[in-house]
Design a protein. Structure first.
Length: 461
């Protein structure tokens, strides 16, 4: 079994509150209540800017109670509420600020960000579009509009927004980082790495940029450089679950199961609901022979993401490893239903069927897998073996010949075709295949394969 590849692309979530328009000054004498409202507003702004969001909210509550038409007070309170994780309340405040000032570009930006954080992309995009129209030079609005477009799958337009943000603010590390995410999502990891490099040059403590650069390096097969980046990310942010997860994934890939286990476990300490960490730690435990531990982790992964086809597939693999093909069959079936007939799960279910003495069912699964992936040598070779069992020797010969067209050095395919040719009465063809198979098995130090081939050759002679 192999760990599930999951390239992690972090999205920055830093709140934005651009310059607040200055408050219009009345020419009339200022009443005591008005002066108090203004003082409370300024006090709230200072507290928010200092990061004391709860105290800022309290001061702004009082300011708004005295002056309910101060749009900037609602905007700042919305910012503080968003920083406290109260996005619904923040949205209400931004909406009130917009009611009081319909051209308040920053309020549109921040409401769009709040909608984005709640997963309401369809509401976030119009707000951020309006913000860029009201203030085309606001780099933050272009940045977040790009983030939302990227989340909606429109990487081309998202990249254009990040380009605009960078043009407006050339030293904007978040814009470079997010453009890197868009490039990586499009498979252009070289361009992504260049943007992550720039983001890190501008902000050398940018843990998310190290995580993403490591992910792109991993995608390009650069394992050691990827590991370096994940190490840097962990040092910069010891509470980054995704940095530990990615480092664990690299460790698993290079075969360091102990390090992988430690990192997946640390990721789970930070985020106990990290389904992918449970999934991959389960795979590591299964590879180490800890079937109960693997099952416990995979059960946790499925509990958190019950619609994860790969989790059911992996649990099925562990069930097979434990010698329980009936349970494995059920898990593979669930994976197939969830993933519209995943060919990998179909091949695995065929193995479970064979373990239950159901070659006809295995043949059906393999045929379906081949229809989905016509050049899959594993599925074709397995079907050839099943056809030999079902005494469909002509069909088996066709399958093994197709495998050999894909890989002429496949000793098992030569052996399987040789066996089929024996049954079809093609003694010379069988001997040629079996002799070539025996030679390849010997070169590959496959003692069992070599002995079986020699036994077939001896029987024919």
């Amino acid at each position: 079994m192999h760990p599930v590849k999951r390239t992690v692309l972090m999205v920055a979530t830093a709140a934005v509150l651009a310059g607040v328009p200055s408050i219009a000054r009345s020419q009339a004498p200022i009443l005591l209540a008005q002066a108090t409202a203004q003082e409370l507003y300024q006090d709230g702004v200072e507290k928010v800017n200092d990061g004391d969001y709860s105290a800022g909210v309290e001061a702004l509550n009082q300011a708004i109670s005295l002056d309910p038409n101060n749009g900037a007070a609602y905007a700042f309170r919305g910012f503080a509420l968003a920083a406290l994780g109260e996005n619904a309340a923040a949205i209400a405040d931004y909406s009130r600020a917009i009611e009081l000032n319909p051209t308040y570009a920053d309020a549109y930006t921040n409401r769009g960000v709040a909608y984005y954080r709640t997963g309401n992309l369809s509401a976030a995009l119009p707000d951020l579009t309006q913000a860029t129209q009201l203030n085309p030079t606001a780099a933050e609005a272009h940045l977040y509009r790009g983030i939302v477009l990227s989340a909606m799958g429109d990487t081309s337009e998202a990249t254009a927004e990040f380009d605009q943000a960078i043009q407006l603010q050339p030293n904007y590390p978040e814009a470079y980082m997010q453009r890197g995410v868009a490039h990586a999502s499009s498979g252009n990891h070289a361009a992504a790495i260049a943007d992550y490099d720039k983001a890190i040059d501008l902000r050398n403590d940018y843990a998310e940029a190290y995580v993403n650069r490591g992910s792109s390096k991993f995608a390009l097969g650069q394992l050691e450089p990827a590991l370096f980046d994940f190490n840097e990310a962990v040092q910069l942010d010891e509470n980054s679950a995704v940095a530990y997860f990615n480092r664990g994934f690299v460790a698993s890939t290079i075969g360091d199961r102990a390090a992988a286990y430690r990192d997946f476990s640390r990721a789970l300490q930070i985020n106990p609901n990290y389904d992918q960490a449970y999934l991959n730690r389960g795979v590591v435990l299964a590879a180490a022979g800890d079937i109960p531990g693997a099952m416990a982790d995979l059960n946790q992964a499925i509990e958190r993401t019950p619609d994860s086809a790969i989790a059911y597939k992996m649990r099925g693999d562990v069930q097979m490893q434990a010698g329980n093909p009936t349970a494995a069959f059920a898990d593979y079936t669930r994976a197939i239903n969830l993933d519209n007939g995943d060919p990998v799960a179909l091949i695995a279910r065929a193995d479970a069927r064979l373990a239950q003495a159901d070659p006809d069912g295995a043949h059906q699964d393999l045929t379906q897998a081949i229809a989905l992936r016509p050049n899959d040598p594993v599925a074709i070779a397995k079907r050839g073996t099943v056809r030999n069992q079902l005494r469909d020797f002509r069909g088996a010969t066709i399958d093994f010949t197709r495998v050999l067209q894909l890989n002429a050095q496949d000793a098992d395919a030569l052996y399987g075709r040789g066996v089929a040719r024996v049954e079809l009465g093609d003694r010379q063809g069988a001997l040629a295949d079996l002799r070539q198979a025996a030679d390849l098995y010997r070169q590959q130090s496959n003692a069992d394969g070599y002995r079986n081939a020699i036994a077939q050759i001896t029987a024919l002679q």
